[in-house]
Write a protein that binds this ligand. Structure first.
Ligand code: EPZ
Length: 429
């Protein structure tokens, strides 16, 4: 199993290209199930989660082909992928596949809308919390689906087409909003979703669906209106830049000091996070090609944050921000409001010398003047990358185990950081 070795202490200087967003690419790929035409997605990141979803979609009958890597860049950077679901050959998403990636549960929406049935394994627990599917089920039931849960599978059927309805989400859910959008596109009549997720990935999916012939209004606001159509066509659509990758590298620069252009990043996709990072003492400016982050000396100021649905501070940047705060000049409070168990990185950061205590859903981080390298490992993607950020500033060598978590969501992480001066290498056993 690969590991990553980091020797801390180097500033970061240069350019980091920002990849297409994992969490935008996944629902867009799933949307290809809605049409028998080809859906072409540009800027699809080369990640383990994308490869896994390609396998899952293949099981339902989706063919794919790859073209057009970004010019002048090595193999392995974002590319253009064509997805064609000419025939849906299987409406079952089995446990063996769904248990590997929660987002694959989302196939339930398009399979049901296009074929009138879907049988999808419950995704089960996950390292960051229980993550139930009740919101998906009540949303699809509101559209007229009959749903039964049996032997760990959700059976959904709507032999006479889904029908439009008004549905109010009791809680904001990104995934359930994606699924309702995809299902309602092909429903009979108008659907109104209230308290919808406003994340940029929802807006990206909605504009792709509209390019495919759907009639969706209001994505990016709490109320989305969808007028159902009878079929969708193919389209060509671009995956938005990854706001979590952007925030992660911005925090890496905040940690080490230096001057980096995050090429292709869009500041408006992560305004709350950039504002918090700026308050730590970093200069952030929007430039034509991306976002520039600079810190020349000076201390890291402590800043309190609480995660929230978009446009709030993203839960997917919470672990990285905590890593940054471990070296702040004072005490900060980091509150997690989305997932009940997303502090798995605390113990590992402590191995590097961080001083963090937990009080319910709040981590109290007392900044230290120096972290020290150590062997560490993490149990999820964002927690793993928080260890990389801490390691970049730690004295001596840190070995990060279980790199496959990083490969799920960060395209060529060590390559991007090394080109900016970090002492980071992958060790393949
Ligand atoms: C998406 O997960 C992202 N995943 C997550 O990123 C991200 O952390 C999360 O949104 C929140 O922003 C992808 O886009 C692939 P939710 P999702 O449904 O859709 C509860 C990463 O690291 N809930 O918005 O699964 C749920 O338990 C990943 O890239 C219910 O109670 O998240 C959570 O507390 C991790 N019932 C809250 O809602 C339901 O039926 C928000 O979850 C569904 C969700």
């Amino acid at each position: 199993m690969d590991r990553i070795r980091v020797t801390g202490g180097n500033e970061l200087n240069g350019v980091i290209p920002i990849s297409g967003a994992k969490n935008a690419a996944l629902p867009l790929m799933i949307a290809s199930l809605l049409t028998d035409d080809t859906l072409t997605l540009e800027n699809v990141p080369h990640l383990a989660d994308v490869e896994q979803l390609i396998r899952i979609l293949g099981n339902h009958g989706v063919d794919y082909s790859v073209t057009g890597r970004r010019q002048q860049q090595d193999v392995g950077y974002s590319r253009t992928v064509h997805f064609t679901a000419r025939n849906i050959v299987d409406t079952t998403a089995p446990y063996e596949l769904v248990s590997k990636m929660r987002a694959s549960f989302w196939v339930i929406g398009p399979l049901l809308a296009r074929t009138g049935e879907a049988k999808v394994s419950l995704p089960g627990g996950c390292a960051i919390g229980t993550r139930p599917v009740d919101l998906f089920i009540s949303g699809l039931k509101a559209l007229g689906a009959e749903i039964e849960i049996e032997n760990g599978y959700v059976h959904a059927s709507a032999p006479n087409r889904l029908r439009g309805a008004r549905f109010i989400f009791p809680k904001v859910s990104v995934g359930a909003t994606h699924v309702m959008l995809m299902a309602a596109c092909l429903a009979d009549g108008e659907t109104v979703i209230e308290n919808a997720a406003m994340e940029p990935e929802v807006v990206n999916l909605s504009s792709c669906l509209n390019a495919m012939g759907a009639r969706i209004k209001g994505a990016g606001t709490p109320t989305i209106t969808i007028s159902g159509v009878t079929s969708l066509s193919g389209a060509r659509h671009r995956v938005i830049p990854d706001r979590i990758e952007t925030g992660t590298y911005a925090m890496a620069v905040a940690m080490t000091g230096g001057d980096v252009l995050l090429d292709g990043a869009k500041a408006k996709l992560l305004a709350a996070a950039l504002e918090a990072i700026a308050r730590t003492g970093v200069e952030i400016s929007e430039e034509s090609g991306g976002v520039r982050v600079r810190r020349n000396g000076g201390v890291i100021s402590p800043v309190d944050v609480a995660t929230a649905p978009f446009p709030g501070f993203p839960t997917d940047l919470q672990a990285q921000f905590m890593a940054l705060m471990t070296r702040a000049n004072g005490t900060s409070h980091i509150t997690e409001t989305i997932f009940e168990n997303r502090f798995m990185h605390v113990q590992e950061l402590a191995r590097l010398g961080a001083r963090i205590s937990l009080s319910g859903q709040t981590a109290i981080v007392e900044g230290v003047s120096e972290l020290e390298g150590a062997p560490v490992m993490a149990t999820d993607l964002r927690a793993s990358v928080s260890l990389v950020i801490a390691a970049l500033a730690a004295k001596g060598e840190t070995i990060i185990n279980r790199v496959y978590h990083l490969d799920r969501g960060f395209e060529r992480l060590e390559d991007k950081l090394a080109r900016c001066g970090a002492d980071i290498t992958r060790i393949s056993d």
